[in-house]
Design a protein around this ligand. Structure first.
Ligand SMILES: Nc1ncnc2c1ncn2[C@@H]1O[C@H](COP(=O)(O)OP(=O)(O)OP(=O)(O)O)[C@@H](O)[C@H]1O
Ligand SMILES: [Mg+2]
Length: 236
């Protein structure tokens, strides 16, 4: 089964074509990295796939549902119950505790398919539930965001530059946790990144140029990814 399917998806903003006829099937339990130059449509792809933005044309299926013309309320519920998000900027409430942040989706009505302590243990933050998020380091915050994404045992986690604000060591820990969610819990991960070392954690590498998929292959080693990016940019 596929967790995400895009069929000829285009997204135009006025005269700008951010996505141009993208077709992509992402099987359940896979880890896909999306790369490409700035402005190539990576975030737009992620948002259309996650039902945060609407395709101008084409079809999108998410967690077994055609969301192309799904009503906003149903779509919101589907996202809440089946999808986790991790962003570069964490999107946490710094005045609340770690525990309160992790429970936020549940407070908003999402199913609690894992315990808070279990979720925090899974990201190496066991015992920190009572701390205010504002007092944590960047790497700890991103792990809170991951625990929050995983508490509902989502079908898919979408991550947009999840390690963009982290040093390589801390970033590596977060990537290891995404990899683990995929391998141990069967979570599908779709991750946008600029970093070949981050992308090397994935199973499959999709390269975008000017809103189109220009390569879609099993992920090579980091140095080969860097070389491939060079080629894509030079050809642009
Ligand atoms: N809300 C919007 N309104 C108008 N244009 C937009 C909007 N969002 C994105 N775009 C345009 O669509 C194109 C693709 O943007 P997108 O954010 O998907 O790129 P990206 O690959 O994620 O870039 P980056 O690496 O800088 O994050 C860009 O030309 C951008 O200016
Ligand atoms: Mg982006």
């Amino acid at each position: 089964m596929n967790s995400v399917e895009l069929d000829q998806v285009s997204r135009r903003y006025g005269r700008i074509t951010a996505l141009d006829g993208v077709s992509l099937s992402i099987p359940a339990g896979s880890f896909v990295a999306v790369m490409g130059a700035t402005g190539s449509g990576k975030s737009t792809l992620l948002q259309c796939a996650a039902g945060l933005d609407r395709a101008t044309s084409g079809h999108v299926r998410l967690a077994g549902h055609d969301i192309t013309r799904m009503r906003e309320r149903r779509l919101t519920r589907l996202r809440r119950d089946r999808v986790g998000f991790v962003f570069q900027s964490y999107n946490l409430l710094t005045e609340l505790t770690v525990r309160q942040n992790v429970l936020l989706p549940v407070r908003l009505g999402a199913p609690r398919r894992r315990g808070v302590d279990d979720s925090l243990d899974a990201v190496g933050l066991g015992g920190l539930g009572g701390r205010k998020v504002g007092e944590l380091s960047g790497g700890q915050r991103q792990r809170v965001a991951l625990a929050r994404a995983l508490i509902t045992a989502p079908t898919v986690v979408f991550a947009d530059e999840p390690t963009g604000a982290l040093d390589p060591t801390t970033g590596g820990q977060v990537l290891g946790l995404l990899r683990r969610a995929c391998d141990h819990d069967g979570v599908t991960v779709v991750m946008v990144t600029h970093d070949p070392v981050a992308a090397a954690w994935s199973d499959r590498l999709v390269l975008l140029r000017a809103g189109r998929v220009v390569a879609d292959d099993p992920t090579p080693q980091a140095d080969a990814i860097a070389a491939r990016l060079q080629n894509v940019f030079q050809a642009a």
